[in-house]
Design a protein around this ligand. Structure first.
Ligand SMILES: NC(=O)C1=CN([C@@H]2O[C@H](COP(=O)(O)OP(=O)(O)OC[C@H]3O[C@@H](n4cnc5c(N)ncnc54)[C@H](OP(=O)(O)O)[C@@H]3O)[C@@H](O)[C@H]2O)C=CC1
Ligand SMILES: O=C1O[C@H](COP(=O)(O)O)[C@@H](O)[C@H](O)[C@H]1O
Length: 476
């Protein structure tokens, strides 16, 4: 008998329907001069307002360490929105009401001033380094938060089980769980959201979505991107923590969860949590259930890439992984015995970003049908978004020989970028796409076991040339 190693914290699993937060009027962007704010959040807000102009009464309040006057802030915001091709109407509407305050977000006095300016019910978006976010949350203890305040936290949410639990405990003293938005922008990606439609709006998949018919599931996010100047963050995280601990486990939960009664924050998040609570490393040994590797010099699509350890800001002694793979099992009636392989890497030659469900072989191929009969595969591709069903059919020339076809369709990129969907939830006070606190801890429980094995050096660090598809012998 398998027993889930963690029991959900009752304080973090809000029972019943979520209590709607007041419709947010002011979005306070803490860390407004930072990369996330500039490259992703402000454009996403602009796109959301373009798609839903009725929201144009949203006021954006920027805050950060920079001593910016109003024209400097306006120029910064306008440049970010313009680069994202946000409409001039939206840009003008945002500029008409926005303001910026210089603030040390770890100071209760500064935070108090910001919140007073953002009343009645602000959303505080911590677009800050994680350590600064933790200190800002400590400082908020000394500030009276208006009823309905929403807190929005970026990944990484803690650095292990203990720190994630401590952060949850701190947050629970500030606002209720349903007003705490732990952002995982993959949950706003259109292909990921499409898992709901594909799985539950079709008759044909659910009956075969189990260990009777599925041989394995691969969730792969291999990028051509390298370090891209992010050593301060990435060198401490690595591929396992950067991608698998958060995004890929969330995607896995959506692939594996039981059907939900309604698309509500409670149903969806509880169903995902059930999966994650039942998840552990394949065979119970994290050292053999995982692989890790790091890129060395190579050529990615014509771009010369140095050894990872020679990238500026990298500490070679740290032993950071740039490609990680973990095979997991979900101890449930539905999934027992089905390997879920999660893999993500940087600096590969050909990007591969997809969920692949591989079905078992047919039990019997009629005598007389010839040729290779490969397993059926359903593939959901993340960017450019597509869905494909790879099947065996009768051959074109010899009708009794088997050929392979792919029934595929490209999907529109979605009405909004992933962060646009995330922000829509924040502004509506709907935590549907937010990661629940107990789930964040579960994800660390799964990944901590791998990190422990890696620290004991039982899983060798391999290398692969940048521009390749990973070390030799690894399945791609
Ligand atoms: N950038 C990205 O692509 C992504 C980032 N994230 C997450 O988003 C968060 C922010 O990342 P990112 O934008 O890249 O980080 P940056 O370092 O680019 O930005 C952080 C911002 O916080 C400000 N800041 C730091 N300390 C204080 C303080 N005490 N008071 C006020 N402002 C302060 C910085 O100001 P100053 O520079 O003046 O010190 C800067 O504007 C992180 O948790 C990251 O993991 C998540 C997904 C993608
Ligand atoms: O959160 C992260 O995600 C990106 C990949 O997501 P995308 O939406 O930008 O494609 C990844 O490159 C980055 O390392 C990671 O921190």
């Amino acid at each position: 008998m398998s027993i889930s190693s963690a029991t959900p914290d009752p304080d973090l699993t809000v029972q019943g329907a979520p209590v709607p937060a007041a419709h947010i009027k002011t979005l306070v962007l803490l860390g407004a001069s930072g990369d996330l704010a500039n490259r992703l959040l402000m454009p996403a807000l602009g796109k959301l307002l373009d798609a839903e102009p009725q929201r144009r009464d949203i006021v954006l309040l920027g805050a950060g360490a920079e001593d910016w006057d109003a024209p400097t802030w306006h120029d910064h915001l306008k440049a970010s929105l313009t680069a994202a091709e946000v409409s001039t109407e939206t840009i003008d509407a945002l500029l008409a009401t926005t303001s910026y305050q210089r603030a040390d977000v770890t100071s209760a006095d500064d935070l108090g001033r910001l919140i007073a300016a953002a009343a009645p019910a602000p959303a505080l978006y911590f677009a800050l380094p994680p350590a600064v976010t933790a200190r800002a949350c400590d400082a908020l203890q000394h500030v009276t938060l208006p009823e309905g305040t929403v807190l929005v936290l970026e990944k990484p949410f803690g650095t292990d089980v203990a720190s994630a639990k401590a952060l949850n405990a701190r947050l629970s003293t500030l606002v209720p769980e349903e007003r705490t938005f732990r952002v995982d922008h993959f949950l706003g990606r259109s292909t990921v959201l499409n898992l709901l439609g594909v799985r539950f709006a079709n008759r044909i998949f659910e009956p075969v979505w189990n260990n009777q018919h599925v041989a394995s599931v691969d969730i792969v996010f291999d990028e051509q991107l390298t370090l891209e100047g992010r050593a301060v963050y990435y060198d401490k995280a690595g591929a396992l923590v950067d991608m698998i601990q958060s995004h890929l486990l969330q995607v896995m939960a959506l692939v594996a969860m039981n059907p939900i009664g309604e698309v509500s924050a409670f149903d969806l998040r509880e169903s995902k949590a059930e999966v994650l609570r039942a998840t552990r490393v394949w065979g119970g040994d994290a050292a053999t259930a995982s692989r890790r590797a790091r890129y060395v010099a190579g050529d990615v699509d014509g771009r010369q890439v140095p050894d990872y350890v020679k990238e500026p800001g990298v500490d070679p002694a740290r032993g950071t992984d740039t490609l990680a793979e973990v095979t997991l099992e979900i101890d449930s009636w539905r999934w027992a015995g089905v390997p879920f392989r999660l893999r993500s890497g940087k600096a590969v030659g050909v990007a591969r970003k997809e969920v692949v469900v591989t079905f078992k072989d047919v039990p019997h191929l009629p005598v007389g049908l010839t040729g290779a009969c490969e397993p059926d595969q359903l593939r959901l591709v993340m960017g450019p978004d597509a869905i494909a069903l790879d099947l065996n059919i009768n051959g074109e020339d010899d009708p009794m020989s088997i050929d392979r076809v792919s029934l595929d369709t490209t999907l529109s990129p979605g009405r909004l970028p992933a962060y646009g969907e995330v922000l829509a939830g924040v502004l509506d006070g709907d935590p549907l796409l937010a990661v629940r606190g107990d789930t964040a801890v579960e994800c660390w429980r799964i990944v901590d076991s791998v990190l422990d094995a890696w620290r004991s050096d039982r899983t060798p660090m391999q290398t692969y040339p940048a521009g390749s598809q990973g070390p030799e012998g690894w399945p791609v």
